[in-house]
Design a binder for this molecule. Sequence first.
Ligand SMILES: [Zn+2]
Length: 312
Amino acid sequence: MFMCSVEKKLERKNKLPSFYKRYVDDTLALVRDHSDATDLLTTLNEAHPSIQFTIEAATNNRLPFIGMEIIKIDHRLETRVYRKKTYKGLLLHFQSNVDSTYKRSLPRSMLDRAKRLSSTPEFLSQEYKNLKGIFLKLKYPEKLIDSAINRVHHPPDLIHTPSDSPIWIIMPYKDQKSADVVRKQLRYLGRKIDHELQPIFTSKKIVDDLRETELKPPIVNQQSVVFEFKCDLCGTNYIGYTRRHLHQRVEEHKHSVIGKHLKDEHNVRPSSLRENFTILKKCRSKLECLIFEMLYIRKKRPKLNTQADSIR
Ligand SMILES: [Zn+2]
């Protein structure tokens, strides 16, 4: 937050370069030459007494930046996964005593990160190879690694692939009239997403459902969206929906599963998370939110969504 206000001031005075990106305390900037870089460093450090930046210039047209390497080739910039020379491949061993779901998801999340960080097919296949080597050393079965590669490289596209089996949606049963309305709405939505949606009516939850709607703020203050959070340190993602303004939800997430992930996995305090959130779908009703949230969870298989989260 503090850096943001300093940056805004500098931007107003036109003192920031045209390309300037910061993640927590790592900043990436594009400048013409070494003297411009030194000037920028001076400007930043003079902006406030408590700011103390250091500079790292590209060597041999290569520059590491938060887990990736930016490489200048002719007039293009390419990226790939960056590993320190001292990297020893210390990751969870397949025979270690932890829940097997974690061991199964680790290769996938590392491969997924490789896919995001590699800007060319060559870098990507090189990184797949590197990771396969690392996981083989850690005694992961080759079949598991290959299937993870396959899955990351060809993700199932469920939203656009019509499938024979309908998606069942559990709904509270109020009366026949509203059940018919729901069926009609689901048919309409189903046509839009090219997937058959079928309600399953249950009766016991209806009291809770009604109480919940009474407590909700008026509809004018709501913004129904399905959103995705993406951790830019490891590519882990989370999908959810909110019927309020997304920024309100972002604030809350600092204390939730997302905040916990940042703290536990990367030892960073969540500060400005807004850029890590994208809106996947604007919806008109809670029903639409629920359906699209579920579809996106099926499609993208976000790593931070637990089973309990996705079943409502
Ligand atoms: Zn992460």
